[in-house]
Write a protein of this length. Sequence first.
Length: 186
Amino acid sequence: MTQLPNECYAPITDDAWPAEIADMLSGFAGGLNVYRTMAHHPALLTAWTNLREHVVNKTTLGAVRSEVVILRTGTRLGSSYEWHQHIIRARKCGIDDSRIASLGGSTTSMLPDDATIASAVDELFAGHKISRQTEAALRALVGKHGVLDVIATVGFYSTLGYILNTFETPLDQDIAAQLRADPLII
């Protein structure tokens, strides 16, 4: 049985944007459907802001490694929105399509550093923790703060993925258009 999208949580349009978070409409929150969906709960979206700033903009992982974590998390969640949204972001960071595609498959087909990061993500999903061996390899790669940033990024994007998957939030039109014009080459 196919589940219909939950229109009760459709991305909020500009004209229906909640007054209590009017200042967020012109920023990150108004720019993506995931946050327009989250805007159904203004207090949650407001509280989300500081964690988002760290995970998205101030992570010790840097842009490329952050995208590796996010793409692998999107894969593990089965979140089409996160996967497709981050194909575009990964490309902007200089990650080529073959590397992006590898992040959706077996760790044996990935670059070694990507495999270390993906293994940590996989362990978080499978056992809800990173093993000592994987944590040591990850710490050698990204440092002590980086290990915590990997875990925080997985948690952050898991929450977004649960929202996206539950409410079947549509991919943003600009991202969909970019992917139609330049699909991922596998």
